[in-house]
Design a protein around this ligand. Structure first.
Ligand code: HEC
Length: 173
């Protein structure tokens, strides 16, 4: 093989590699878009709990917090999120102006993907900093009060979901 041929085959090898890398990058992009584009989000899947202790993790909140949270939720959140935190079943669909509706917080949507710190922040600051429309409540609810509201809607979550959330919460710390 002459020097030129050898260089030629080396170049074509590099080219194939470059094409392969681009195809791979495109596939990764598509997967990321599919995974993170809210409108095409796959249905909620509850991950399998692998390492729960006996009987799973205890709830982090007290019964008193749930009672207080229920009242505060009715006063501040129910108008949009529904009396039982069930609104809106079509939470993946944007309205005409491209905004998402208030999602259910009762465990049927994806509030359980967020650690406590993110839930707290969302409620305190609202959705506007993230391009949403939910108003912030930092002027109406203290952090402690916000936590009671979270306690209340988490009390609606089935234990399996709570355990999945708790594992994610622990990993986020
Ligand atoms: C004016 C209507 C409105 C009110 C009142 C409201 N929300 Fe929301 N909320 C929304 C909308 C709309 C979204 C979707 C994100 C966005 O647009 O900001 C949302 C999103 C959320 C999320 C994120 C859920 C997820 O799955 O990511 C949480 C948590 C939440 N709201 C809790 C509350 C709590 C708790 C209150 C009461 C203290 C409350 N909201 C009051 C409209 C409202």
């Amino acid at each position: 093989m002459s020097q030129r041929e050898r260089n030629g085959s080396k170049n074509s090898g590099q080219k194939e590699w470059a094409v392969g890398a681009r195809v791979l990058a495109a596939i990764v992009m598509i997967v990321l878009v599919v995974l993170f584009y809210p409108a095409s989000e796959p249905p909620v899947v509850i991950p399998k709990i692998i390492d729960t202790e006996e009987g799973g993790a205890e709830r982090w909140y007290t019964a008193e917090q749930v009672v207080q949270g229920e009242k505060l939720f009715a006063q501040n959140c129910a108008a949009c999120h529904g009396k039982n935190a069930e609104a809106t079943s079509e939470w993946r669909k944007t309205d005409d102006s491209g905004n998402y509706p208030p999602p259910p917080l009762n465990g049927t949507a994806h509030a359980w993907h967020h650690p406590l710190s993110v839930l707290r922040e969302t409620i305190q600051q609202g959705g506007v900093p993230l391009g949403g429309v939910m108003p912030g409540f930092s002027d109406k609810l203290s952090v402690q009060e916000t936590d009671t509201v979270i306690a209340w809607f988490q009390s609606l979550w089935p234990d399996e979901l709570y355990q999945a959330w708790y594992r994610m919460e622990k990993e986020s710390q």
